[in-house]
Structure formats: C-alpha cells, structure tokens
Design a protein around this ligand. Sequence first.
Ligand code: URP
Ligand code: ZN
Ligand code: ZN
Length: 460
Amino acid sequence: MPLLIKNGRVITSTEDRMADVYAEGETITRIEDTIDPSGLPDDTEIIDAKGRYVFPGFIDPHVHIHLPFMGTNAIDDHASATKAALVGGTTSIIEMICPGPDDEPAAAFKEWKDLAEAGACCDWSFHLSVVRFDELAERQVRDLVANHGVRSFKIFLAYKGALDISDENLFRLMQLAKELDIIITAHCENAEAVNAMQEKLISEGRTGPEWHEPSRPRSVELDGVNHLCTFAELTGARIYIVHTSCGAAVERAMTARKAGVDVTVEAVIPHLVLDSSWAERPDFEGAKYVMSPPLRDPEEHDNLWEALSDRHVATIGTDHAPFNFKGQKDMGRDAFTKIPNGIPSIQERVDLVHTYGVCAGRIDLQTMVDSCSTQAARTFGMYPRKGEIAVGSDADLVIYDPSYESPFCESDSLSKVDYCGYEGMERRGRAEVVTLRGQVVARDGRYVGPESAGCQIPRT
Ligand code: URP
Ligand code: ZN
Ligand code: ZN
C-alpha cells in the first residue's frame, strides 16, 4: 500500500525541513514541500505527522541476540529482540556472530543466518566474529566474504579462552581484512590483564558485582585500543572500536587517526547514561549492570557526549546482550566473574539518546540521526539505502513524538529479559509510528507488523 507522511519535520543527518514524504512499494519516491493526496492511489495510507519529527529508521550496529556466552545463552530470540528494536524506532540491526574457539566460521554463519531468517522482524546484517583462524577457517572466511555477503569481522581482545584471538591470528586476520577491504570491529581490553586482576580480587574475597569495574579499569581498555591501533597501523586494516567507554580511549583512537589509521569509534548507550555506581546496588541488583568494558565514573558521560558532539565518536549502538536477573545473572552470586556480561537496551536506545543527549542540550538532532543511523549505514556499506531519507532509499521511517513523557518501565519492554536497565529513569520522546520498507510495523509502543518479515541487508 502506498504511504504518505504529511506535515512532518523531516530530520536527517544534514537537513531539517518541513516536508511530505511519499513511498510506493518499499521505497521513498517523492519528498516535497507539499504533496496533494488527491492525485495519489485510493489505497494510500496517509499519516499526519504534525508536531512530529520524521527520522530515517535507526540502525543499531552492535547487537547480540543468539549469544552462547559464559555458560548460558542470551535470553531473546530474533522475534522478541527485533520487535523490541522496531517499537523503539530501530529498523535495522547488525548482530555479532559469536562462535566458540573450536567452531567453524561457515557453520556459525549458517546457524546465525537460519535463526535471523526464521525470526527477525527488522532488517539485519552480521559482523562475523573470528575466533578460530586456522587454514580451514581462513578458507571458510574467504568464502563467506566472496559469496555470502560478509562485509565486517569482529574480534575480541577479551574473554580469555572463550572468544579472544591470539596476536598471531589477529595480525594475519588484519592482513586478510586489508586484502579483502573488510572492516574489523573490535572489543578492546587486555584479556591477560583482566584475567590476572579477576584472580587477584576473587582471592582477596572481593566477589560482588561492584568489583567488576576494578577488575578491568580504563587502563586495560586503553591498552586494548592501543594494541589494535598498532596492528592497524602496521597492516593498513580499517578498524571500528566497539563500546568505547571512556574519553582516554577515544583520544588514543584519534591519535591513531592522525597517524593515518582508518579508525571509527562507537559508543553504546549504557556507557552514556549509566555509571559504575549502578553495579554497586544492594541485594546483588548490581549484577544487572555488569557489562564489559564496565560502566565508568559519571564524568565519562561528559567525555563521551562531547566526543559525539565533536563527531570523534561516530556511532551509538546498544551492545544489547540480555541475560535474565533470575537464573542467569545470579549464576555469579559467589563470584562476579561468573555474571554473564551484558545490559539490554535495544528498545530504549533512541529515547535515551533523545532524552539525555538532545533534550539535555548535549547533541543536536542532526548528530542524533547521524550517530544512531547514518554513520552506521555509511561505515558498514548500507548507505543510502539505509540511514537516509531520500528518493530511492528504503522507506524505513520513524514518526517521533518529542513531547511524549513517561519513565522507562519493564512492562513496556518487548524483549524477553526480566528487567529494564533504565527502570524509572526519565524518558522524553517516543517512536509513534515506525515503517519498515513502506509498511507500518509499530504504533505507540506496540508491534503491529508481520512475523519474520526482516530481510538481510545487501552491503557494498
Ligand atoms: O558485556 C558485554 N559487552 N556483553 C556482550 C559481549 C560483548 O563483549 O560485546
Ligand atoms: Zn564486547
Ligand atoms: Zn557486544
């Protein structure tokens, strides 16, 4: 059914104008000051967006849904996570394929892809995590790039013995990435240092979730960023540093950029609005706020928002990694090292950025769109099909009510996880209507679209 959005304030990463937007099929075909509905097909769906922003569909470049990790698996499935994404205004996601050290990349790709095809309601793509990198794995990785649309790798300089990669393999992988022109996304911490710090703290009886941050301080993250940047300088590989938690790590990346490294920096929403005191909450509640890199001092909020405003931090993702408080987080009651790492945010990200970024005067609306949509599309080869409102772009649109006010609350969540990490926090703004390729899929916080209609996003 054709779609006409009238009277909205159309906001992209470069423009802010009153305009009508018309989509036929899955694509935007007209953007004009006024479009007269009388000349359109009778079955055109008309949405009045007076007093509303019209944003391009938001893109979350860092999501975990199927995640076998720390002796359990993240609790969402592709249907629940992507419905949560859509009601929150996110129309495209990039999920991390995270195989274990003995798994073959080809089998992992098939496992994740089958799940996404069967369940995802929003559009999707993958970053392929490379853990095993022997001859067989390298052959498979080359084939996945050549024939199956893989355009970004993921590596972990953390999680020793589980997801981390040896320096020898990392160097070879970065040479391969350069050869194939594939970007490497990276979790930067020093795995050995984390391991040693964890052992020390546990042996001293420091076992609660509040000790998670001291076990992986900023210096550990900085060391990881430094390491990755050095390898990038030597190999010429393009790099994307995920979930950067502190100003010093951003600065190190900017130093590398000045030296010629092609580096892009991501922040994730928990690091922008939560701080380390949340992991100190009594009655083991702090476990809900254990993620890596950890939540930092509140002063890092200012550093990260400022870096976003300066565009040194290019993107805001979620690192959505949902583990139930009961039955999963509580596996670590006797030792913080056994608390599955992750904070769910896939539904809340856009409203948090609007509330604590735009309404707080820390970033403007253009920067919000750029960091939550356009830059991810550009960095990962999806632009201008995604991340833009232009003739020819997919009609992924968010009609956003900036005047909506209601605190974040677990009962609003479509994720399967049993808590909301932002419970009770102020929320200003809401995605009122969300369209995916021209079809209305969410209204007023409810999912109203079809099942499993998400598509794999072609990437250049
Ligand atoms: O704590 C986190 N970030 N959990 C998910 C896995 C990862 O490191 O991205
Ligand atoms: Zn990570
Ligand atoms: Zn992650």
